[in-house]
Design a protein around this ligand. Structure first.
Ligand code: SAM
Length: 289
């Protein structure tokens, strides 16, 4: 399938200014004038490379979504596909996949990875640069997938529009599958800030991960400060930012129902015990087979 041009323009640059998402620690680091420090959105060009290295190519968290989509047999719509952690295994198992993401950098990485897979796999994937909350492809799919707990990237005010978009892309009998992280509101209130030190995902270096949970605003802000020492002994410094939504299951469930999506499964997934897998079907959806 051919690669298509953007279906929906990206949001204005101001709305995506990464400096607007700097936490106090991130702002302090930014003000230090550290040589070469670059501040970027986690899903822009430099951030996309870090995200991929940090998360890793293969991950157990996409297995349930993969299994469901393969069992559905028909074409899959991979929303917020990133560089294809789920898209690639879907296409490798013979499914036609439409892979949607807002980040041109992420999609460019996906296309590079597809090229390395060979034409048979690559020809089964179509990439679309679009906002998934306003998606109108005019097509229907046996499965609509949203992996990596990416539902956190949909603002609460956009959730009804997002679920409506999901529903209009479901074929009769089609399934919408996504996962999400369960928050403990008391734990967040007790400890609204966390700082972790981690090894840098590539080369010698380290990552400082700052998280801030604003329970009243229902927003989590994440800053990653990454220092790497390159082979020439040069230190590279990056600050990556992203914002996530905090929500609780009854709110999601209400929005799903209002959009005409019926929850067929809602169960624990993963080893940590804090992730849930949700499988939905369109109300009055017929049978695909
Ligand atoms: C956590 S990553 C997940 C990527 C991939 N699914 C994975 O499993 O690694 C979230 C992705 O969502 C994309 N994204 C964020 N908001 C979006 C939106 N409104 N529409 C489409 N993609 C979006 C980001 O660009 C990023 O690639």
């Amino acid at each position: 399938m051919p690669h298509t041009p953007p279906a929906v323009p990206a949001p204005p640059a101001a709305a995506r200014d990464p400096r607007a998402l700097l936490l106090p620690a991130g702002r302090a680091l930014d003000r230090l004038d550290l040589p070469g420090l670059a501040v970027a959105d986690l899903y822009d060009t430099a951030g996309a490379a870090f995200y991929d290295a940090f998360v890793g190519e293969v991950s157990a968290d996409v297995v349930d979504l993969l299994r469901t989509a393969v069992a559905q047999r028909g074409p899959a719509l991979d929303l917020a596909c990133g560089s294809g952690r789920l898209t690639l295994p879907l296409a490798q198992r013979g499914l036609e996949v439409t892979a949607v993401d807002l980040s041109t950098a992420m999609l460019a990485r996906l296309r590079d990875r597809l090229q390395a897979c060979g034409t048979a796999v690559a020809s089964r994937v179509r990439t679309v640069c679009a906002d998934m909350t306003a998606l109108k492809l005019g097509e229907r799919y046996a499965s609509v997938l949203l992996a990596a707990t990416s539902i956190v990237l949909v603002p609460a005010s956009r959730r009804p529009a997002f679920f409506a978009a999901v529903r209009r892309h479901l074929a009769p009998g089609g399934l919408f599958v996504f996962d999400y992280h369960v928050h403990d509101p008391q734990a967040l209130a007790r400890q609204p800030e966390t700082v972790r030190v981690l090894p840098a995902p590539h080369g010698p270096g380290f990552v400082l991960s700052f998280q801030h949970f604003d329970l009243a605003a229902r927003e989590e802000t994440v800053n990653f400060y990454v220092e790497n020492i390159t082979t020439g002994g040069v230190t590279t410094r990056h600050l990556y930012t992203t914002r996530k939504q905090i929500f609780f299951w009854p709110e999601l469930q209400a929005d799903l129902t209002a959009a005409g999506l019926r929850v067929r499964e809602h169960r624990r997934a993963g080893r940590a015990g804090t992730t849930r897998l949700v499988v939905c079907q369109a109300l009055n959806g017929g049978d695909l087979r």
